[in-house]
Design a protein. Structure first.
Length: 622
C-alpha cells in the first residue's frame, strides 16, 4: 500500500492565515464598535423593545358664565381603530372566509354610520398596515354594540372632545378649538396656555408579548389639567342680545351687525354678539370672516352716535350750555370750513343745544365745532379714549382711528363732529357711553371674572378698580346733564318709535353713510343706537350697530333705514327683557326739562313726561 503525504504549501498556508487573521480583525472591530459607537444604538433598540412611552393628555379647562352655567367643556368620547393585517390573519387562521369578514364589516359600518363599501375598501387598501382610525366621537352605547360583534383587530381609545352645550350662543366670545383641541379664536385662543394645562407621560416596561409589567416612579409624570374660566357674560342676557340682533338684521336684510351690553359701573361685559353667527362645535362649517369678532376688530365711522362725546366736554368747558339757541336756519348750512353743504334731515329755524342732540342736528353740531376748534374737538374725543384699544380680554382688538390733530384739515373738524373721518369699534362706543351712565367715569371693559384650578378652587378673582378710581371722562354734573338730555331722544327725538313702556331709556341714534374709499360715500348706511337704562339708576348700557340695512327693501315695505327705526327698537327690546330678567323695578315718569329750557325747546309738550311734577335737578340726585 502506498501512502501519499501532502506537500506543504507556503502559499496556501499564507492565504489561510490571512483569512483567519482577517476574521479575527473583523470580530475585534465588531466588538469595538459595539462597545463604543454602536453601544448607544443597541441600548436604544433594546429599550424600544422593552419599553413603550405614552403621552398623557391633560384635560382642557371649562368655561362658565357669570352664574356658573357651562359654556364650553370637555367630554370623553371613543375613537375606533383597526389592525387590518391582524384582522385578515385571524379570519384566515380561524378558518373563516373573507366573505364572513365582509359581512362583519357591513354590520360594523351600520353601527358607525359609514358606507360599507367605503369601509371595506379602506381596510383592504391598508391591508399591510397595523393601525387605521376608522371612526371618531363614539358614545359608550355604540362602543358596547361594537364589542358584541367580537371582530378581531378592532380597538378603541379615549379621546377628549370640546363641547359647547349652548350651541352658537357667545360663539364670537368663546371662539372654538381646532381638531387637536388647540384654541383657534376668541377666549379659547387668548387663554390657550391656561385652559390647555400641561401634558404628562408614562413609560411602561413590557414583556416579550408587549404586555405591560411595571412603571417606574421616575417614568411617570401625571398631566396637569387646565384651569377653568369664569366669564362676566350672563348667558341669559347674551341669548337675549343675540336674538334681538338677529331679528333686526333679518328684518332689514342687513349685511351684518354687532351688539355689546355692559354694566356701566363695573365694566363687566354682560353680552357681546355678532350677526351672522356660527356654531363653535362645527367650525368647519363656518368661514373665517363670519367667525371674526367685528365688535372689536372692525372699526367704522359712527355717524351721529359720536355727538354726545363732543357735546359733553363742550358743556363741561362752558363752550355752550343746554339752553343756548343755535340759529340753524333750515336744512342746509354753508360752513366756512368746507365747500360741501352741511345738511339736516329736517329743517329747523333754530334749536336749543338740548335739541341739537335730541334732534341730532348736523348743522348745530357743526356750529359748535367751529366754535371749539380742532384742538378742543380732538381733546373731547380723547377724553373717552377713542383711537386707543379698550384692553378687553379678546384677541385682535383694533384701536380705531383718531388722527393726530396736526394732520386734521379744516373739513375734518366738520366731519368729526358728525361722526366721520374717525373710526371706532362698538366696544369703544359702549365703553364711552358708560361714562354718561355712571357719573362720568371711563370704565375698563373686561370679560374674565375669575379663574378656578382643576379641582374647582379659586386661583384668582378679577378685582376691577373702584368706580371713583377710574379715569374721569367728564365731571359728574356734566354726565348727569347729558344723560337727562339724551332721555328726551326716545320721548321727543330721533328714537320716538323705540320708547320703552317699562323703563326710562336715554340714548343716541346714528345713521352714517358707508365710505367707499376714494369714490366717496355710496347709498349704504350704518344704523346704530347707543342707550342706557333705567335713566334714574342705570344698570345696563347697550350698543347696537346694524351695517347696511337694505334701503330699497325698507322703502318697499314702508320701513326706514335710520338708526332710530332700525337699531333703536331692537336695543330697547334688549333693555326691556334684560332688566326684567334682572328684576329691576319699573321706572317712574321722566321729569320734564327745567322751565327755562322747556321754553326754548322745539315743539315742546309737557304732557309727554307724565304727571310727576319733579324737577330735573331733583331727579338727578342719588
Amino acid at each position: 500500500m502506498v501512502i501519499f503525504s501532502p506537500q506543504f504549501s507556503a502559499r496556501r498556508a499564507a492565504v489561510i492565515m490571512l483569512l483567519v487573521g482577517g476574521a479575527f480583525v473583523a470580530l475585534i472591530g465588531r466588538v469595538a464598535y459595539l462597545q463604543t459607537y454602536g453601544r448607544q444604538q443597541t441600548i436604544e433598540r433594546a429599550d424600544r423593545q422593552q419599553h413603550q412611552s405614552e403621552i398623557l393628555r391633560a384635560r382642557r379647562g371649562s368655561i362658565f358664565d357669570a352664574n356658573g352655567m357651562l359654556m364650553a367643556g370637555t367630554v370623553q368620547t371613543q375613537s375606533l381603530y383597526c389592525d387590518p393585517k391582524f384582522m385578515q390573519d385571524c379570519y384566515q387562521e380561524d378558518g373563516k372566509s373573507l366573505v364572513m369578514m365582509d359581512q362583519d364589516i357591513d354590520k360594523l359600518a351600520k353601527l358607525i354610520d359609514k358606507n360599507p363599501i367605503e369601509l371595506s375598501e379602506l381596510i383592504g387598501d391598508k391591508s399591510s398596515s397595523r393601525f387605521v382610525k376608522i371612526a371618531e366621537h363614539l358614545d359608550d352605547r355604540t362602543v358596547a354594540e361594537i364589542d358584541k360583534l367580537d371582530m378581531p383587530g378592532l380597538g378603541t381609545m379615549p379621546t377628549d372632545e370640546r363641547y359647547y352645550p349652548m350651541g352658537s350662543i357667545a360663539a364670537h366670545i368663546l371662539g372654538g378649538v381646532q381638531k387637536d383641541n388647540v384654541g383657534l379664536e376668541g377666549i379659547e385662543l387668548k387663554y390657550e396656555k391656561l385652559l390647555a394645562g400641561k401634558e404628562g407621560f408614562k413609560r411602561v416596561l413590557k414583556d416579550a408579548r408587549r404586555r405591560p409589567i411595571a412603571v417606574a416612579a421616575e417614568d411617570y409624570l401625571p398631566p396637569q389639567n387646565g384651569q377653568h374660566l369664569i366669564l362676566t357674560i350672563d348667558a341669559n342676557i347674551q341669548m337675549i342680545a343675540e336674538q334681538e340682533l338677529a331679528r333686526v338684521c333679518t328684518d332689514y336684510r342687513a349685511n351684518r351687525g354687532e351688539v355689546v351690553v355692559m354694566d356701566p359701573k363695573t365694566g363687566d361685559v354682560l353680552a357681546l354678539g355678532n350677526w351672522p353667527n356660527f356654531n363653535p362645535q362645527n367650525l368647519e362649517d363656518s368661514k373665517p370672516e363670519v367667525r371674526r369678532d367685528r365688535a372689536l376688530t372692525d372699526p367704522y365711522e359712527p355717524g351721529s352716535t359720536i355727538k354726545p362725546f363732543v357735546a359733553g366736554p363742550a358743556l363741561e368747558w362752558k363752550i355752550t350750555r343746554p339752553g343756548e339757541v343755535f340759529p340753524v336756519h333750515g336744512p342746509h348750512y354753508k360752513s366756512p370750513l368746507r365747500s360741501k353743504l352741511v345738511t339736516d334731515v329736517h329743517g329747523y329755524d333754530q334749536l336749543a343745544f338740548w335739541d341739537v342732540l335730541v334732534k341730532s342736528s348736523n348743522i348745530g353740531m357743526t356750529m359748535l365745532g367751529e366754535r371749539m376748534g380742532k384742538d378742543r374737538v380732538y381733546n373731547a374725543l380723547k377724553c373717552f379714549k377713542f383711537g386707543v384699544p379698550t384692553g378687553v380680554e379678546l384677541p385682535g382688538e383694533d384701536p380705531g382711528l383718531v388722527k393726530p390733530v396736526a394732520k386734521w384739515g379744516s373739513s375734518d373738524l366738520c366731519s368729526a363732529v358728525q361722526g366721520y373721518s374717525i373710526m371706532v369699534t362698538p366696544m369703544q362706543l359702549c365703553r364711552g357711553f358708560c361714562a354718561y351712565a355712571n357719573g362720568g367715569r371711563l370704565v375698563e371693559p373686561h370679560l374674565i371674572k375669575g379663574v378656578l384650578d382643576a379641582d374647582g378652587e379659586i386661583v384668582s378673582r378679577a378685582k376691577p378698580s373702584a368706580l371713583e378710581l377710574m379715569p374721569e371722562a367728564v365731571d359728574r354734573a356734566t354726565s348727569l346733564e347729558v344723560r337727562r338730555i339724551l332721555a328726551d331722544v326716545p320721548i321727543r327725538g330721533t328714537a320716538k318709535g323705540a320708547a320703552s313702556k317699562i323703563y326710562n331709556i336715554f340714548g343716541k341714534t346714528g345713521t352714517a353713510h358707508v365710505s367707499q374709499g376714494a369714490s366717496g360715500y355710496a347709498n349704504k348706511y350704518t344704523s346704530s343706537f347707543l342707550c342706557g337704562a333705567p335713566f334714574e339708576n342705570p344698570r345696563l348700557v347697550v350698543a347696537m350697530i346694524v351695517h347696511e340695512p337694505d334701503p330699497e327693501y325698507a322703502k318697499e315695505h314702508h320701513m326706514s333705514y335710520y338708526g332710530g327705526a332700525v337699531a333703536a327698537p331692537g336695543a330697547t327690546r334688549i333693555i326691556d327683557r334684560a332688566l326684567a330678567y334682572l328684576q329691576v323695578p319699573e321706572s317712574p315718569a321722566v321729569p320734564p326739562p327745567p322751565p327755562a329750557i322747556a321754553a326754548v325747546l322745539y315743539d315742546y309738550h309737557a304732557n309727554l313726561y307724565g304727571d310727576k311734577s319733579v324737577s330735573a335737578r331733583d331727579a338727578l340726585k342719588d
